[in-house]
Write a protein that binds this ligand. Structure first.
Ligand code: ADP
Ligand code: ASP
Ligand code: MG
Length: 414
């Protein structure tokens, strides 16, 4: 008998009818002789709605209470799915993250899973029950409820699959798998049959929302083979695992975009040792994750430092930089949240010079100005105006011939 972990995202459990459909899929898997653990996200836009609600009450709600609120979303879907499975004549039991033994660090809103104490899940499986676990949540060592960051249900599924040594970890979502670009933006994007952990990490880190970055890290660290597939069809989707000879030998695997960052520029900073250290130590102590950093060549002994941060942390980062200005002797600070980032990812870049130049030329031809550039051995990222992001993604996607001419998809459910 195999053990299968199946995770269903928000759209997949968006209404009662869809929950019934998920229940049928789960029961089908069960009736083929498998044990099943299901991880669910909150229904549809529930998490967004709860965040909006909290903002109406307070501009800066305590992290602990925010997590209390948001974890309610997944509680609703787990209970409804358990009822739906009962209605189909099978036994099911739902657990919150805490009941399921998902132990996390204590940073509210971005906790990390540190342990999975799956005793209760195992007992329920031994009693032949379908186990349903609320995604995106856990409990800290001090018994406070925590959440794992947006998209965190993916990580719950991977962590449970790793702890139970499951035979399969299936991530069901509202598209057919991982594409060469967001299929909502590029209508002829091509579905990828298999993607290496390394490439998927870069894709997730640069905005391909389809898997949370942390879930890919966790899968790679624990050797969990992932299958990303549609909850609306039986198509096999995309495999994510160690790079092997069966994977396509394409130079480029995809183009991603991200419009959730902001750019901070500190102007006229004295060009001497210790300034960058001071700025980024401050960001670190504020818990702000800095992404790209660019320092200009100095002229007349001063320089500009620009860096990008998540927009959600923008206010905090800006206040901290304002406090620093006098200390580091800078003239001013500029905050710009009208930026977007476009990235090109591909393991083949390592051995093919000229990929970056080709990308810049495609952007130039599309009339898109590049404001910042950063690279890794398998990625090139450019910061552009947010309004240019769609045009930039389409231009780069076309330049590298990533399109699937054969496929004209219908619009995806939402
Ligand atoms: P779920 O609720 O199932 O977790 P998400 O909204 O978190 O779903 O992730 C799926 C979405 O990711 C898709 O609807 C798609 O618009 C987006 N996406 C962005 N980039 C990609 C990509 N390269 N391949 C597939 N989907 C992508
Ligand atoms: N419901 C959470 C979110 O919207 C977690 C998830 O969907 O994975 O981010
Ligand atoms: Mg998601």
């Amino acid at each position: 008998m195999s053990l299968v972990v199946q995770k269903f995202g928000g759209t997949s459990v968006g209404d009662a009818e869809r929950i019934m459909r998920v229940a049928q899929r789960v029961v089908g898997t069960r009736e083929r002789g498998n044990s099943v653990v299901v991880v669910v996200s909150a229904m549809g836009a529930t998490t967004d709605d709860l965040i909006d609600l909290a903002r109406k009450i307070s501009r800066n709600p305590p992290g602990r209470e925010m997590d209390m609120l948001l974890t309610a979303g997944e509680r609703i879907s787990m209970a409804l799915l358990a009822m739906a499975i009962h209605a189909l004549g099978h036994e099911a039991v739902s657990f919150t993250g805490s009941q399921a033994g998902i132990i996390t660090s204590s940073e509210h809103g971005r906790a990390k899973i540190v342990d999975v104490r799956a005793t209760r899940i195992r007992e329920a499986l031994d009693q032949d029950k379908v186990v349903i676990v609320a995604g995106f949540q856990g409990v800290s060592e001090t018994a406070d409820v925590t959440t794992l960051g947006r998209g965190g249900s993916d990580t719950t599924a991977v962590a449970i699959a790793a702890a139970l040594k499951a035979d399969a970890c299936e991530i069901y979502t509202d598209v057919d798998g991982v594409y060469t670009a967001d299929p909502r933006l590029v209508s002829n994007a091509r579905l990828l049959h298999a993607v290496s952990y390394e490439e998927m990490l870069e894709m997730a880190a640069t905005g391909a929302r389809v898997l949370q970055l942390r879930s890919v890290e966790y899968a790679r660290n624990h050797g969990v083979l992932l299958q990303v597939r549609s909850s609306f069809s039986d198509a096999p989707g995309t495999w994510i695992g160690e790079e092997d000879e069966r994977m396509e030998k394409a130079i480029i695997s995809g183009v991603t975009h991200d419009s959730t960052e902001a750019k901070i520029t500190i102007q006229d900073v004295p060009d001497r040792p210790g300034i960058a250290a001071k700025v980024f130590e401050t960001m670190a102590s504020e818990g702000v994750n800095v992404d790209m950093i660019v320092q200009n060549v100095s002229s007349a002994g001063t320089t500009d430092i620009s860096f990008t941060v998540p927009r959600d942390d923008g206010e905090r980062a800006r206040t901290a930089v304002d406090r620093l200005l006098a200390q580091v002797g800078a003239k001013g600070v500029n905050y710009d949240d009208g930026i977007g980032k476009v990235s090109l990812i591909g393991a083949g870049m390592k051995s093919h010079p000229g990929v970056a130049a080709e990308m810049f030329s495609a952007l130039a031809e599309a009339g898109v100005n590049i404001e910042m550039i950063s690279t890794s051995s398998i990625r090139v990222s450019c910061v552009v105006r947010e309004a240019d992001v769609e045009r930039a993604v389409r231009a780069v996607h076309a330049r590298f011939n990533l399109a699937d001419e054969a496929i004209q998809r219908e619009s995806h459910p939402r």
